[in-house]
Design a binder for this molecule. Structure first.
Ligand SMILES: Cc1cc2nc3c(=O)[nH]c(=O)nc-3n(C[C@H](O)[C@H](O)[C@H](O)COP(=O)(O)OP(=O)(O)OC[C@H]3O[C@@H](n4cnc5c(N)ncnc54)[C@H](O)[C@@H]3O)c2cc1C
Length: 239
C-alpha cells in the first residue's frame, strides 16, 4: 500500500489544525455531541424537547440573566402551533393556562361583521407557556444556562459559540432560537436579509371589564390605521 505525498500533507495539516483548534478552545466548555440552542424562549424550549424526544442531548444558552416569565402579554396559539405541541406529545402544557377560541370574527371600523372563520386557537399568556415549556424541557434533561448572550458562531472542526461574557461552548450543531434579530443567523449567514421595522406597533394586555363575554370567539376590528383584537371571558377578564 502506498501513501501519497498529498495524503501525508493532508494528514499533517489535519493534525496542525487539530492542535490549533485545541489551543483556540482552551478554556472553552466542550460539549461535543451536544446541540447548542441559542435562546431560551418558546422556540428554544420546544426545540430542546424535540431533540430530547429524538435522543439528542441539548443545552440552551439564554441572554437574559433569569427567565422572563412575567414579561409580555398574551398571544393566540394558532392550530399550526397547537399541532406542533401535539406532534411533540406535550399538548398538556396548555392545561389550565389558556382558553380555547373556536372562531375569529372580523369587523370593520363601524363594527360591521366582514367575515367569520372557524379557525380558532388557544389564547395563552406568553410567559406561562414559556415557563411550562422550559419546565418540561428541563425535566427531559435539557440544560438551561442564563446570562449567556451569543456574539458569534464559528466552525473550528466543531461549531464553537462565543458569548459576550467571554465564555465559549463547542457543540456538534448550533440551533438559532434567538428571535427576530438573531445573532446566530447574522453570524452564520452574514448576507442574509436583516429584519427591518415595518412601522407597525403592537400593544397588548389583560384588564378587568364589565363588557359582555364574547363566548368562544376572538374579535378583530380593523380601523383605517389600526387594528384591535379582543376577547372577554365570563369573569370579565378582557384580553
Ligand atoms: C420577554 C418576551 C415577551 C414577549 N411577549 C409577547 C407577547 O406578549 N405577545 C406576543 O405575541 N409575542 C410576545 N413575544 C414574542 C414571542 O414570544 C415570539 O414572537 C414567539 O413566541 C416566537 O418565539 P421565539 O422563541 O422564536 O422568540 P422569542 O420569544 O423572541 O425568544 C428569543 C429568545 O432568545 C433570547 N436571545 C436573543 N438574543 C440572544 C443572544 N444573542 N444570545 C442568547 N439568547 C438570545 C431572548 O432573550 C429570548 O429569550 C415576547 C418575546 C419575549 C422575549
Amino acid at each position: 500500500m502506498s501513501i501519497s505525498a498529498d495524503a501525508v500533507r493532508r494528514s499533517h495539516e489535519g493534525r496542525t489544525n487539530q492542535a490549533r483548534n485545541a489551543r483556540r478552545l482552551r478554556g472553552t466548555a466542550v460539549a461535543s455531541r451536544v446541540v447548542l440552542i441559542v435562546g431560551g424562549g418558546i422556540a428554544g424550549a420546544a426545540a430542546g424537547i424535540a431533540l430530547a424526544r429524538a435522543g439528542i442531548e441539548s443545552m440552551v444558552c439564554e441572554a437574559s440573566t433569569a427567565p422572563r416569565d412575567d414579561e409580555g402579554a398574551f398571544f393566540n396559539l394558532a392550530p399550526n402551533g397547537i399541532a406542533v405541541l401535539r406532534a411533540l406529545d406535550i399538548e398538556f402544557v396548555l392545561d389550565g393556562i389558556g382558553f380555547q377560541n373556536d372562531r375569529l370574527v372580523f369587523h370593520n371600523e363601524r363594527g360591521r361583521v366582514l367575515a367569520e372563520t372557524a379557525v380558532g386557537g388557544v389564547t395563552v399568556m406568553r410567559g406561562a407557556l414559556s415557563r411550562r415549556l422550559r419546565q418540561v424541557a428541563q425535566q427531559r434533561g435539557v440544560r438551561f444556562v442564563f446570562g449567556r448572550a451569543l456574539e458569534t458562531v464559528r466552525q473550528h472542526g466543531e461549531m464553537v459559540a462565543h458569548f459576550a461574557d467571554g465564555t465559549s461552548v463547542a457543540a456538534s450543531a448550533v440551533l438559532g432560537a434567538d428571535g427576530t434579530h438573531s445573532r446566530t443567523r447574522a453570524s452564520l449567514l452574514p448576507d442574509a436579509p436583516r429584519a427591518t421595522y415595518t412601522g407597525i406597533l403592537n400593544l397588548g394586555g389583560v384588564v378587568q371589564t364589565d363588557l359582555a363575554p364574547t363566548g368562544r370567539a376572538m374579535h378583530m376590528v380593523f380601523g383605517r390605521r389600526a387594528f384591535f383584537g379582543y376577547a372577554v371571558r365570563p369573569s370579565g377578564e378582557t384580553y
